[in-house]
Design a binder for this molecule. Sequence first.
Ligand SMILES: *Cc1c(COP(=O)(O)O)cnc(C)c1O
Length: 369
Amino acid sequence: MIPYGKQFIDSEDIKAVQSVLESDYLTTGPKVHEFEEAFASYCGIDHAVSFSSGTAALHACMAVIGVGPGDEVIVPTMTFAATANCVVYMGATPVFADVYATDLLVDVEWVKGCITSKTKAIVGVDYAGQLCDWEELAQLAREHGIWLIADACHSLGAHNKGRQAGSLADLTAFSFHPVKMITTGEGGMVTCKDPGLVEALKRFRSHGIDVNYQNRELWRYDMVGLGYNYRLSDIQCALGSSQLKKLPKFLKARKYIAQMYFEAFQGVEGIDPLIAWDFDAHSFHLFVVRVAPDNRERIFRQLQERGIGVCVHYKPVHMHSFYKQNFNTTMGMCPIAEWAYDEIISLPIHPGLSDMDVRRIIAVVKGVL
Ligand SMILES: *Cc1c(COP(=O)(O)O)cnc(C)c1O
């Protein structure tokens, strides 16, 4: 079975994990700090705080900027449900923004139209691994005095004008789920510049307990707010550091596959890969193409029959029953995303795919067309 996305683990990763298992600390030990330092440095930003998942990382972003009941947070509807769920965790209301048809990135004009006196933050999602227009979003956030949050769960390694994903918003959340750019099994990270936010993120990840307790006598710790246990273990952080070293290779492998797809589908009628505005800057977490709905059905079935996994990313969040029932979202609210949902399909792309695998996938897709 060839899945649409998959982790790539080598003997270095296994050794890194094994050495933690043989050490004194399985969690909250030296590997956590090491991974955070290496990650922040890769992103070209001062701080990184690890979390037990990308969802926990997003939840923490919402918490530390003080999102609460009565607040609105603007979220693109073309994303994984967790992006919006984190707003709901805080008792606030997600306001769904539509996307551009060409790249399925959040439509900045649409975001502008959603801003009200209740808007607390804008969340941008680097869909498929391509960066949003962070300069425009940042300007909009600045003009209105609201926070800018990046959901970069797809875009570790993507960059724009020398600036890496992770350094483009007030707070940026990453995921290390096995299908993402690097993995820790489950895991996440928040990057940011502000030391005050870093303290708040660390408290939130560990029961709301004052983070400096480790520097003092353990029995004098103080819980200053309500937090969670959202920590990432040393076992996972050792894997994360080992994976991060391979990220440049992973990016190269993904680009190579994306290039094969682009070349194969160039000028072919009936299939439109999403536009990659800057091929080299894209992380290619996903390779998404648009095809007619009936062809999508056929491609889906034919690939599955051959043991090749395909997926649809995503059902727009406002179309889910939970949001329809609790936030009165309706069909027609975000027409471009709804239209895309009928046509998009994510072809396999990950560092473990061989040339032959990719050629087989291309042949099946072309056969259907
Ligand atoms: C994967 C993902 C998440 C959630 O990350 P987890 O680590 O699975 O909790 C959130 N947003 C987007 C866009 C994602 O792709």
